[in-house]
Ligand binder design. Structure first.
Ligand SMILES: Cc1ncc(COP(=O)(O)OP(=O)(O)O)c(N)n1
Ligand SMILES: Cc1ncsc1CCOP(=O)(O)O
Ligand SMILES: [Mg+2]
Length: 355
């Protein structure tokens, strides 16, 4: 190849190698500090090491001579997306994209310099695909568990009259302080649940709120919701996971302490605890009551898991829930039967966050 073309190829290889190295570091830091994952951290480190080894075949001098950052017209071109990262998974998705593209660029231009080098880069690229997929999926899960950890107010909502009515309602309530929504509508058809769930999931995706689907793991997956909630007579956590995978959240209803220990042991991401008081939304022959909440608080200190008290909770009795050591609640009537649902959500949230 002519020397000018070769210099161009070296310049591209040098810039792309730096881009891959930066991207891999971004991923490695997340495996290390975000996930405390020694295997992931080590795998990325070894990928970086093998990339350095592969580049060792090329002339370092040629690479350095080709570098001319001052003349690089690309350094001043910015896109608005570069500065838009609302959550950690966005950072990792951007880094993964840069790594994959740059490895491909290195492979292609590397062919003009040394076919064996290009083959080695191809092998690194395939290894990177698998690792980056694993990392991105873990980041998506981690975004969801972080939102859940911060959540205090969880509202069950039915399908409403239309997709738009549901979207308007969840956005208004989220603005007013609701962290988690559960689409729970026992009389809706599957098609309606899917349409409503998809619309709500899309509307909430770029917010800090979560959308959970009641009972139906299949619909949670299809709609792009954040998780599914299952009861004691429904899918087990393991069965739900077989459908939704590890990225979605699985919540479980519990009515006694054995169910709580079991739910935690099998990997529920959160638990619903109740019924606490008589409910206008669902009738029960008996109530687990406040003593159950106190017991859950006492008995799960060693295995903490977000726990939402549920059943007949409203502005007047929420202080009794707080007194049992619970600061998370799930409600229906307290919001939807209020004259002003958004104001009711704000008031409840204030009470939950007062301590
Ligand atoms: C947060 C939360 N907790 C408990 C329940 C009740 O679930 P389940 O016992 O399965 O009853 P149904 O909701 O299916 O009638 C819940 N939905 N959400
Ligand atoms: C679904 C469910 N499971 C236990 S209580 C309950 C209903 C919660 O609604 P409300 O807050 O109106 O009692
Ligand atoms: Mg259920």
């Amino acid at each position: 190849m002519e020397s000018h073309s070769q210099e161009t190829a070296y310049r591209i290889l040098d810039a792309s190698a730096n881009r891959v190295a930066e991207g891999l570091r971004t991923i490695e830091e997340f495996f290390r500090f975000g996930l405390d994952d020694p295997v992931g951290t080590e795998s990325i480190k070894s990928l970086r090491h093998d990339l350095t080894l592969a580049f060792g075949k090329l002339s370092r001098q040629s690479l350095l001579h080709s570098r001319n950052t001052d003349a690089d017209v690309g350094t001043t071109i910015e896109t608005p997306q570069e500065y838009r990262r609302s959550k950690l998974s966005d950072v990792l998705a951007a880094a993964a994209g840069r790594i994959q593209q740059s490895l491909r660029v290195i492979e292609e231009y590397g062919k003009t310099i040394d076919p064996i080098f290009a083959k080695q880069i191809e092998a690194i690229r395939y290894r990177a695909y698998t690792l980056l997929k694993d990392c991105e999926l873990k980041a998506i899960r981690s975004d969801r568990t972080s939102k859940l950890t911060d959540a205090v107010l969880y509202v069950l909502i039915d399908c409403q009259k239309s997709d738009q009515a549901l979207v308007d309602s969840v956005l208004r309530l989220h603005e007013a302080g609701v962290d988690v929504f559960q689409l729970r509508d026992k009389s809706a058809t599957d098609r309606t649940l899917i349409r409503r769930g998809t619309a709500a999931a899309e509307a909430l995706r770029q917010t800090s709120a979560l959308l959970i689907i009641n009972d139906r793991a299949d619909i949670a997956l299809i709609t792009g919701a954040d998780g599914v909630h299952v009861g004691q007579d429904e899918l087990t956590v393991a069965q739900a996971r077989r459908i939704v995978g590890d990225e979605l959240l699985v919540g479980v209803s519990t009515h006694d302490i054995n169910q709580v220990h079991e739910a935690i042991a099998v990997g529920a991401d959160y638990i619903g605890c109740g019924p606490t008081f008589p409910s206008r939304t669902k009738a029960f022959a008996s109530h687990a009551g406040l003593d159950f909440l106190a017991e859950v608080h006492r008995e799960t200190k060693a295995t903490p898991r977000p726990a939402f008290a549920i059943g007949g909770i409203d502005e007047d009795n929420v202080s009794q829930v707080l007194d049992q050591g619970f600061h998370r609640i799930a409600v229906t009537a307290a919001i939807h039967e209020a004259n002003d649902p958004a104001a009711a959500a704000t008031e409840l949230r204030k009470k939950l966050c007062r301590e």
